[in-house]
Design a protein around this ligand. Sequence first.
Ligand code: C2O
Ligand code: CU
Ligand code: CU
Length: 523
Amino acid sequence: MNRRRFLGAGLASLGAACGVPAARTTGAPRPVALAGERLAALADVRRLVVERADPLHGRCRYVAHLGTRQAAQPILLARRGERFDAVIENALPQPTSVHFHGLTLPEAQDGAGFDPIAPAERKRVRFEVKNRCGLYWFHPHAHGFTAEQVYGGLTGLLVVSDEDDDALDAELGLAPGNRLALAIADARVAGGVIGPYAPGVEDCLHGWLGNRALVNGRLDARWTVASGWVRLQILNACNARGLLLAFREGETRVPFHLLGTDGGLLAAPRELERVFLYTGERVDVAIDVSGRRALAAVSLEFDPRHHTGDAAPRHRHPAREQYAPLAAVTVCEAAGAAHDPLADGAELPLFHLVLEGGANTKPPPLPQHLSALPSATAFADAPTRRLRLDFDERAGFLIDQTPYRIEDNAFSVRRGAREVWEIKNSPISMPHPMHLHGFGLRVLRRRGTYGAARTLATEPGGRLATDLGVKDTVVVWPNETVWLALDFTLPDEAAFRGAQRYMLHCHNLEHEDGMMMRNFTVL
Ligand code: C2O
Ligand code: CU
Ligand code: CU
């Protein structure tokens, strides 16, 4: 061993001993067209600080410490196979955790909230990115605090790239700046100021809705792009609002191509005019902007089919009672006429793309093969597990009539097992974006779908175009039954040994902090 390597190894073990990750650099290629000042390599993050930046309104942020520089609210980039090894520091006045939504992680690194980080405490988190290219994200997940903290601004993006991703960018001939990773949230804004999280009983039942879109934390967000293809990876980071995403120039609808979903690229693109994007879901789309001047991204008006009674129970979280809200303006008192929300399903402007003058050449054709994604057919003999989504007059929305309890285990599955999950939503209900930790899933079919979702069900089995990809979050509409294919194979590595607990929950964050969540164990 030469002296340099010896020193390197020595420092690395020293780092491990005192809980500080050793310095490292990464040389892996990055998506060159991806725009943004806040880009940082996942592998370069040494500390991730979760802090409250504005105590008056309860605005919070992630700050990544990268050795020589810091990035607030970073967009993290990783190559499939790269590692994260950082200390997460909780500088909030409440418990928190950092859950990496969509990634295949062992329980200890998943940040699901079994083991939240107390204020002023820290936790070292290490993992390898196993997942396909796509847009993943990280957010708080301490039960009872999730909705308030995510609304406070704690949403981080993670763009994973691989060879399929490189090939796609090359075939699209993306100009620098023509690829964006976007988190769309909504906030209650009055006089240009984002109001505090202050849910009343209605908000606890239907979810906390805003009146303005915040894209990557900004109101009235706009990006300048060049002629040709634009590739957008978009996350719905709202607490509760469903989006029906479309693009317009003036009054004209501009079609786009769906390239991918939550867990990466489709086998082949699909041309669409609008797409549902519920909370926690992601889409990857390409738009040809040649010959255009400006595009508006909007959420179109739709009927979200809320059919609930007005019983609106509030949940008590014993853990919450020890901590004050994030905003000095207090929870429940601040909600007033000045911060009236926009109804779910109402039209909402999201962001703008402005074309830069210049060459207006025809872009290359869209590739017809995006990834080697097999069709989800090998599940014919898999046993079916039935799950029911119901409204309970006393407890609100529940999974299988059972309010969440952190110590409960709803069921166990063997690792490597294949199952079909049949999730049935009651007719007296609302759309529930159901999310599973740890595993990507495939949608096999849908039945009993009504309203706008039915008109978009253009694929075999009553599915929507977004059902063709790998998903981790799937909307189940009122009265609908959805069949999902699940493969509980875990990586054969030490980190995944032993029983691993994961969660299934509604990603409407008021429902999640309510009781619409269950734990399950992979043995
Ligand atoms: Cu995005 Cu369990 O969460
Ligand atoms: Cu998750
Ligand atoms: Cu729900």
